[in-house]
Design a protein around this ligand. Structure first.
Ligand code: CTP
Length: 211
């Protein structure tokens, strides 16, 4: 397996969307799967850019890491990292941001009426760019109809592959993952394995695809 001379772009972790100057809306993504993929790509000889939301993980050896907080910052960092041969979008990006008031919400004002605005869909926007990476891989976190929903996302977002994972158990933050790889040729059901093993197998497939 060699990714020598290739640039692999990975997004990982959650995004944090502020609701006022001191509070955020977050999600349970730990970043472990995305970091493992970045590590495996670097081991395979690629130049790797890892755009990460707020996580408490060590940067893998040989990986260039760009830290961001919000979905809009992640979208900017992804665009700035192009061109890339492969993009693997593992981040659990918040679909909505909040129209942030300039001052802290006060309890005495009662329950806040948050106004939500749409965030950019980083994967879908990347698929539409003229400098779209040759191989664009998305993840789909699902709690039901896992493969069906993943195929729908592959089409809707213009991804080549979708790694579908069932997050109905303790996948988010856990050490293991059970995934289904949706390519344009069909669906592969992979057994449960560690996130490092998923990363290694995925990077092997990516490397083969680019040969
Ligand atoms: N994604 C993205 N930008 C977003 C939302 C999602 O780049 N604003 C990417 C994720 O990194 C992942 C894929 O799109 O690769 C699917 O993410 P997911 O959260 O499962 O999909 P959503 O479009 O948010 O759909 P839903 O939450 O309704 O299932």
């Amino acid at each position: 397996m060699s990714l020598e001379g290739k640039h692999v772009l990975v997004t990982a972790g959650p995004t944090h969307e502020p609701i006022d100057p001191v509070r955020v809306i977050a999600n349970r993504s730990s970043g472990r799967q995305g970091f493992a993929i970045a590590a495996a790509a670097a081991k395979g000889g690629a130049r790797v850019t890892l755009v990460s939301g707020p996580v408490s993980l060590k940067t893998p050896d040989g990986v260039e890491r760009v830290d961001v907080e919000t979905a809009r910052q992640m979208a900017e960092a992804v665009a700035a990292a192009l061109p890339a041969d492969v993009a693997i979008m593992v981040a659990a990006v918040a679909d909505w941001r909040v129209d942030v008031p300039p001052t802290k919400l006060k309890k005495s004002d009662g329950p806040p009426q948050l106004k939500f605005l749409p965030n950019p869909d980083i994967l879908a926007e990347l698929a539409d760019r003229p400098d779209r990476p040759r191989l664009l891989v998305g993840f789909a976190a699902e709690t039901e109809s896992v493969v069906e929903n993943a195929i729908a996302k592959q089409v809707a977002k213009g991804a080549d592959w979708i790694v579908a994972n069932d997050v109905s158990g303790d996948v988010m933050g856990g050490a293991h993952n059970r995934v289904h790889l949706v390519t344009r040729d069909g669906v592969e059901h992979w057994p449960q394995m560690t996130k490092e093993e998923v990363a290694h197998r995925l990077i092997e497939r990516v490397s083969k695809e680019l040969q």
